[in-house]
Design a binder for this molecule. Sequence first.
Ligand code: FES
Length: 138
Amino acid sequence: MNNFEPNLVGFLCNWCSYAGADSAGSRKLQYPAAFKAVRVMCSGRVDPQMILKAFAEGADGVTIFGCHPGDCHYKEGNRKAESRETLLRQVLPDLGIEPERLRLEWISASEGSRFVEVVEEFYQDIKAMGPLKKRATA
Ligand code: FES
């Protein structure tokens, strides 16, 4: 049996994803306690340095949550997040981090159930991968 408990960090945009997570909480939907939410105004605000710092300081997996395409309150913030995520996933192996440890998801304010599903799925995926052995330097 795998006793590993992953540390997960999620950056949630304030306007859609955080509201979605909040609605999950209001409905008492459960998700793994290992998940730590960081509220940001927009997914486009998540600098790659923030992600690398999370990995360097103990995260085994990091997810960026943003509004669905077309719904970003800052117009193109989620598209910027998507571009950064794509680039960062290409660099992560050079830092000893499997790209699967970084994920980007769109969650609206009404998708509390979807939010819980994504966190649970990510938790199981990272649990199966095991702990991040090599730490990135931020
Ligand atoms: S405000 Fe949600 S992704 Fe930009």
